[in-house]
Ligand binder design. Structure first.
Ligand code: HEC
Length: 241
């Protein structure tokens, strides 16, 4: 055991260097991170999520959605996320500023959700109510929306109950065969409502200093922009499954 002290010092040095690299360095780099002001609109990015969406992020974590969904857009050259229209720019640290639990995700079995809130909202759905309703249907029965889906059903976040006098305004409108038997309705529990609010809040498209969104390419290749013609500027279309 005459090498014992050397082994001990070696182990301490190995632990100290990984602590410095993985805890201290990010802390020093990002501890002063502040929301960024958009001078044009006098708004700050990011803004805090609503209390309901905040609760929804806890449901997202508890349900393990991050096992199959990422929330991170890779930059050009590191993947095809921008080309696929998953976002307008790569993800950066400021996007996660107000997240209590940062959930970049483990694997991408389902589409990336970093900007799901933006693409879930169709024209005319100003307060996102339609988006939230369609998300609830997806959570209750993913295969009623996409018959080939491998996403598990989260039916335990819903209550199937007997219709008393009139159906509840909260009840899901499901395709025939997907709902409960006649005389019963499917109503989201508070966890499902919070989760839908969280999903519709996901939006990291705003241009920021370290990752500016390229300006739209003007038709006819006009001067005044140096963006590459192949740059995807903004698209809200659903990503390829
Ligand atoms: C076993 C993997 C898996 C898990 C776990 C999972 N999903 Fe999915 N999800 C998928 C797949 C695959 C798709 C794409 C196919 C489809 O539309 O169903 C998808 C699609 C989606 C979509 C539609 C995305 C889009 O761009 O159209 C949403 C929203 C979604 N999932 C939310 C969730 C939430 C919230 C949870 C946790 C409560 C969750 N998923 C858990 C695999 C999963």
């Amino acid at each position: 055991m005459k090498h014992g002290p050397f082994i001990l010092v070696g182990l301490l040095l190995a632990s100290a260097s990984s602590w410095c690299g993985m805890v201290l360095a990010p802390l020093v780099q990002w501890r002063d991170l502040q929301p960024e002001k958009d001078e044009g609109t006098a708004t700050y990015y990011p803004s805090r999520r609503s209390g309901l969406a905040e609760q929804g992020s806890e449901v997202y974590r508890a349900m393990g959605c991050f096992h199959c969904h990422t929330q991170i857009i890779r930059g050009r050259g590191l993947g095809m996320d921008l080309e696929k229209g998953l976002g307008t720019r790569r993800s950066v640290a400021i996007d996660f500023l107000y997240d209590h639990t940062v959930m970049p995700g483990e694997t991408r079995l389902g589409p990336d959700l970093a900007n799901f809130g933006v693409r879930s909202r169709k024209a005319g759905d100003t307060n996102g109510a339609l988006a939230r309703r369609s998300i609830l249907v997806k959570l209750f029965d993913p295969r009623s929306v996409n018959s080939a889906s491998i996403m598990p059903s989260y039916a335990h976040l819903f209550e199937v109950r007997k219709i008393s006098r009139t159906p509840s305004p909260e009840a899901l409108v499901l395709s025939p065969g997907a709902g409960a038997q006649s005389g019963f309705e499917v109503v989201p529990k508070p966890e499902a409502i919070a989760l839908a609010a969280y999903l519709t809040s996901l939006d990291s498209q705003k241009s920021v200093f370290v990752a500016p969104v390229p300006k739209p390419v003007k038709k006819g290749g006009e001067k005044g922009t140096n963006a590459s013609p192949s740059v995807v500027v903004e698209t809200h279309s659903a990503p390829p499954k």
